[in-house]
Design a protein around this ligand. Sequence first.
Ligand code: FAD
Length: 403
Amino acid sequence: MESYVVIGAGQAGGRAVEALRANGFEGRIDLVGAETHLPYERPPLSKELLAGDDAPFELMHDAAWFEERNITLHLGTPVTAIDRAAKRIVVGESRSLAYGKLLLTTGGVVRQLDIAGINLDNVHYLRTIEESRAIGDMLKSDARIVVVGGGFIGLEIAASARKRGCSVTVLEAADRLMGRALPSEIGSVFAALHGASGVDVRLNTGIERIEGRDRVERVVTSSGEAIEADGVVVGVGIVPDTTLAAEAGLRVEDGIVVDEFCRTSDSSIYAAGDVTHHPNPLVGRRIRLESWQNAQNQAIAAAQNMHGADTPFEEIPWFWSDQFDVNLQMCGAPDGWDNLVTRGDLTARDGLLFQRQGEKIVGAIGLNRPRDMRFIKRMMTAGKTPTAAELADEAVGFRDLMK
Ligand SMILES: Cc1cc2nc3c(=O)[nH]c(=O)nc-3n(C[C@H](O)[C@H](O)[C@H](O)COP(=O)(O)OP(=O)(O)OC[C@H]3O[C@@H](n4cnc5c(N)ncnc54)[C@H](O)[C@@H]3O)c2cc1C
């Protein structure tokens, strides 16, 4: 019986081993992860777990669940190399494990800032539960927190910190919030939301250095201003963790390059989750996503294909973010936002924005419209082509447009 090894015990790794067993694979499964925890999902780390809601830290499954399914766990165990010729992975200095097929779910690592003071106490990034807890410890009422980066993670941290009574400044080097993924029409709504909630949002403002004796005392911005601070959180994106794959000679290009079956350039090695650069026929190009949905569903697809399914993976990308009382959802991955149709009232945080390419919807953003977004995703998957007038008209139901 063949044995499968999964490297990376995050969300994608956890879902993949679950899917392998659910799809009837009875051989040996080893799940190897650098973190000391059983697999867990990260979205609560910047939301419930940080906002002081007393939300418990939940694992995807407990240890007994893995034991019952005969999945061998190697936690706190970074893999140092893949020997493709011998079909073995190397753990630490000398231990190795054989694989028949290998799945890489190594995710991403935070992009680091190379500035003076970055190693001072009370300066944090956010990717792991330990980092979330360390940030949570800083969020005492009245603490002065500077968040570097006005993307999704930075803004969720800012909202959580405000909920805890901190005074919060967000520094964003670009001229708008969440500008990497979203248009200025949405960035401005969130700038207003954060401003009205007491966050000091500084656009066109980078960070020059952090000052302090042992712990952070102040942040100096690109315009030379000093902002007194008790804590700093840096959220300036992630880079896909392709080190192992690249060293093993797999094709890497802003992520591990996989085909529609989640196979890398080595047919015995698959990859899934944030680390993949994959084709998406519904979007019409290759993309890399950093999203919960993709981590889950691509991992399931990879597991099924490892076990002989031969089913291409394709779905409309979907992402959400919660900030204050706004639930933002986005479908699609448009190249840009320039052919927009609005429905509802975005400034009142109750509306939808569509990006069309010809008649086709290639992107949709919903503010506090979770139900609509479910239908819109289905419409995009089915390739429906409603007119701009229909999309804009609240009287036209999305259920009807699906017909
Ligand atoms: C704070 C936060 C909030 C988020 N909120 C949302 C949200 O609201 N909505 C949304 O859609 N998405 C959200 N995301 C994104 C989502 O969590 C990620 O897309 C998802 O975690 C990706 O899963 P993954 O398994 O591919 O990678 P990861 O979660 O990064 O897991 C990869 C794992 O591989 C391990 N690893 C790496 N290299 C090795 C090695 N050599 N040996 C052994 N192990 C290794 C790592 O330690 C890690 O545990 C959020 C992410 C964060 C950090």
